[in-house]
Design a protein around this ligand. Structure first.
Ligand code: 2P0
Length: 367
């Protein structure tokens, strides 16, 4: 059984040498959503996600044994090769939370160079892929002191650290399907880390497609962290957490037996329930836009008319993720071009699919 001590006990004492490491980490899309948390950054219910392939963050971390600043943590951040101060508070908070697991954080200077493969302003959250990539880089530096560290420990601790940066980031280390949270039906399921779903998955879900329709670019008005907070004292919170547990049980069956009707039913209900929680919070708020609803209605109409098993899901924002099996890609892309692109801001959409997870790179290069 994993506990916080698992990540403190063995590999903590040595001082790394100066070095640079590069990792790429993907974004993920939740099927059963994490919404609501317990201290410290633990999920109120278990969740499961598809790991994506094309939407990812590439991060290079350069560690130097010499501290450049007098402050507790000495680091610089470059986003798209330009110094960026706006990321500093989030990284400072992340270093503070992870220091007890990575004592070298106060012992040198870090230069963090990072970029996303998806456009900045696309409205796609980059905290999951960003925190995952940074955590993996930190683990590479820790591993340089302890070369015998197992790959399993390396990836599990990376997920643990990423979670402390942003909850859903713990699901962005591995792929193609990752579960996070204690749940009776998930082997080794843990609130502390994401685990790769280790059970047979029906062929229809291999290379499942995710086309992200960009309805609204830019920053949303209410952050996910504030949204999670509003689940404290929420009148429907308890029922919602119970429902998510049941949906996860049912979805695991569906992932094994390939029942696409059941898949669609759970995934769309999870998306709408997530937004229903926002609409019934105090204060209440709304992240969907009129175009979000128009797309949902067009998807329902298209599915009814053609029988093509496409469905939608939503993140904490107005953009719509269209999920569908690889075999109906051609028909769905034609549908998007004909009926949906008009609802996308500047006609933008991103074609993605399930992916295998993070990867260490030899050099910093945005593909
Ligand atoms: C999820 N989301 O399961 C849910 C569904 C968005 C909608 O987790 O406060 O950025 O950093 O833990 O992980 C987004 O929230 O929030 C999220 P923090 P996070 O993917």
């Amino acid at each position: 059984m994993i506990s916080e001590d698992t990540f403190k006990l063995i590999y903590s004492s040595k001082q790394p040498i100066s070095q640079s490491v590069v990792w790429s980490a993907p974004s993920n899309i939740a099927l059963v959503k994490y919404w609501g948390k317990k201290p410290v950054q633990l999920p109120a219910n278990a969740s499961v996600s598809f790991t994506l392939s094309n939407c990812k963050t590439i991060t290079e971390l350069t560690y130097s044994c010499d501290k450049l600043h007098d402050s507790r943590f000495s680091f610089d951040v470059l986003v798209d090769n330009v110094a960026n101060e706006s990321f500093r508070p989030k990284i400072e908070a992340f270093f503070e939370k992870t220091l007890e697991f990575l004592p070298f954080l106060t012992a040198g200077h870090f230069t963090i160079r990072t970029a996303n493969t998806f456009p900045h302003s696309s409205g796609i959250a980059s905290s999951a892929s960003g925190m995952a990539a940074l955590s993996l880089c930190l683990m590479s530096i820790e591993k340089s002191c302890h070369p015998t560290m197992s790959e399993a420990f390396f990836l599990t601790k990376a997920s643990f650290l990423a979670r402390l940066g942003s909850g859903s980031a713990c699901r962005s280390i591995s792929g193609p399907i990752v579960a996070w949270g204690n749940h009776g039906a998930i082997d080794h399921g843990s609130d502390l880390v994401g685990v790769t779903l280790n059970r047979p998955v029906h062929d229809v879900f291999s290379s499942y497609q995710d086309t992200i329709l960009i309805v609204e670019e830019g920053q949303k008005q209410v952050s996910s962290t504030s949204g999670h907070d509003l689940m404290h004292g929420h009148p429907f919170a308890q029922k919602r957490f119970e429902q998510a547990e049941q949906n996860l049980t049912d979805l695991l069956e569906i992932l094994a037996n390939g029942d696409l009707t059941g898949f669609i039913s759970i995934v769309e209900s999870e998306a709408l329930t997530l937004h229903a929680m926002m609409m019934t919070s105090h204060p209440s708020y709304l992240l969907m836009q009129p175009a979000t609803l128009s797309i949902i209605q067009a998807v329902w109409k298209f599915r009814q008319a053609t029988g093509i098993p496409i469905c939608f899901t939503l993140d904490a924002g107005a953009n719509v993720h269209l999920l569908y099996p690889n075999y109906c890609k051609k028909e769905v892309l034609a549908f998007i071009l004909k009926d949906l692109v008009a609802y996308c801001q500047n006609g933008r959409y991103i074609c993605d699919e399930m992916g295998a997870g993070s990867k260490q790179l030899n050099e910093y290069k945005i593909l």
